[in-house]
Ligand binder design. Structure first.
Ligand SMILES: *Cc1c(COP(=O)(O)O)cnc(C)c1O
Length: 355
């Protein structure tokens, strides 16, 4: 606290990211990073952009990230005016709160969801209501039919991993024609259906993507929004009133190269999905209830073992998983999918702790 703080800063409750341990070889299954490196073409592209002497770094990057946006538009069958790039999808979401969700009625999102949403709402003064997930942690789209200021949800949801079929997303769009509907597809490539195909039909739909999870580029900070040109223009107006150069040169080059290696991307998503299904079965064999996941993490609860105690015992073995001290989910662990060897280390540790 300080008398130099603005009123809003006094009132903020900032987001707390998962721990980034400073250890030589932690088994890090707490922040949904990809266990596999990005395509070798990404590394080459960064080296090429840097050159021998780093001279390119003297100059500002392209403020519009045009080459990257063109490649991503082509990849998804969109027009360039339907694509926005930002410094991680967190920044894209933040701009969406200010550009699209600040309205005369509260927006709606699930009670159990990405915990950054209420933080942005507070930062930008956006009123919201949370809609309880049902007992199986599924989203009921009927909860989003009453008049509201906009709808925001991840598909698959986080931290549950449960996905909604595309037909349900369409129900949501039909029920909310006059407000923005934002679908955060951070984990879509691990097994859910993207709503990008609905963009030409629904001018109120904004789909948000990231390169942090399926494309192994969390360290580069690149995210996107896809939607009607009017929605994209709103985001661009906010961006150009905040930071004209959100993506640095190396990030633009790296992300572009990632979209040029489809085979690498598909293979690493398939490996993660296979490990997820194997880990799910192993956790069930240990007595865990596991929410069916379409993401690169599982959400699991043991009927006889306290989640916080388990998380602490795993941490003592340098195995990091995520535990949220929040209503309804304080007995769950969110476990990111690691390499097969990392998953085996986790299962061996859990077997020792509860077996
Ligand atoms: C990880 C995550 C993001 C943030 O991704 P960045 O692009 O790394 O900022 C956004 N939404 C959800 C649901 C996430 O889990």
């Amino acid at each position: 606290m300080s008398r130099f703080w603005s009123d809003i800063v006094h009132r903020l409750t900032p987001y707390v990211p998962g721990e980034q341990p400073v250890l030589a070889h932690p088994v890090k299954l707490n922040t949904n990073e990809n266990p596999y490196p990005p395509s070798p073409r990404v590394v080459e592209a960064i080296r090429r952009e840097l050159g021998d002497d780093g001279a390119s770094l003297r100059k500002y990057p392209d403020p519009t990230a045009l080459a990257l946006c063109e490649a991503v538009a082509k990849h998804h069958g969109l027009r360039i005016e339907q694509v926005f790039a930002g410094n991680g999808s967190d920044e894209v979401l933040a701009h969406a709160f200010q550009a699209l969700l600040k309205r005369d009625r509260p927006i709606r999102f699930p009670d159990i969801t990405y915990s950054f949403y209420p933080v942005y709402a507070q930062l930008y003064g956006v009123e919201y209501e949370t809609m309880p997930l049902n007992a199986d942690f599924a989203i009921d789209v009927d909860d989003y039919r009453a008049p509201n200021g906009g709808v925001l949800l991840p598909n698959p949801n986080a931290p549950t991993g449960r996905a909604l079929p595309l037909a349900e997303i369409e129900v949501l769009l039909k029920a909310n024609p006059d407000v923005p509907v934002i679908i955060d597809e951070a984990y879509v490539d691990f097994g859910a259906q993207s709503a990008i195909s609905l963009i030409d039909t629904y001018p109120n739909l904004l789909v948000v993507h990231t390169t942090s999870k399926a494309r192994s580029l969390a360290g580069m900070r690149v995210g996107f929004a896809f939607g009607d040109p009017a929605l994209i223009e709103a985001l661009t107006r906010v961006k150009d009133s905040f930071n004209s150069y959100p993506l640095d040169r190396l990030a633009q080059a790296a992300a572009l190269a990632s979209y040029e290696d489809q085979a690498w991307f598909e293979e690493s998503c398939a490996k993660v999905a296979a490990s997820r299904d194997r880990l799910t079965a192993q956790l069930q064999a240990l007595g865990f209830d596991v929410v069916p996941s379409a993401a690169n993490f599982v959400f699991a609860k043991h009927p006889a073992h306290d989640a916080a105690t388990l998380a602490a015992a795993l941490k003592a073995k340098e195995i990091f998983v995520r535990h949220f001290r929040l209503p309804r989910i304080d007995q769950h662990l969110r476990i990111s999918i690691g390499t097969p060897a990392e998953c085996d280390t986790l299962v061996a540790a859990l077997t020792e702790l509860i077996g």
